[in-house]
Design a protein. Sequence first.
Length: 196
Amino acid sequence: MIDPGKSVQQSAKKPEPVAALPKLITGALFGLVFGFLLQKGGVGKYNVLIGQLLLQDWTVVKIMLTAIVVGMLGIFPLHHFAKVNLHIEPTRVGANIIGGLIFGAGFGLLGYCPGTAAVALGQGSWDALFGMAGLIAGSWIFAELSGWTKRTIETWGDLGKVLLPDLLPVPRGVFVVGFALALTVILMLLQQFTTR
């Protein structure tokens, strides 16, 4: 029985820290597997990443397109049958452009993105330490400026939670299948013309 002298917040049970442990372990295991697969795919190598930026090595694009196709064909049917929820971030044009430019500049200067920098560091490429230090510093600066960015940059071109299928007069299922097929054709063409 709830003590009437206690507030609702006081009587509610606090979550146990141990309950989060399985999620942390699962996240760590999936992170290790993902990092292992990225390393085996070659995207932890500086020359592969710079090759992509110079449009000479298409390994990164092939991996990303494959991930998009597999993800779309997995997530959207699961969402349709109410097995998973979509957690869509709002599309904010101003923030996307500025963030993309900062990300691109960092990628171009360092030769790694955050995920590939972690992979590179894991395989012993010590130059990635500079990228990891920049990642930590950038995260801290972003957190410090978050109040200001929410009032300014994040309001520029706020389109809300929107997906590509929502912008077209096509049912979501038709769009997903058509887009997956189009990306698969692009992947096949990339494979054919970049392995010669």
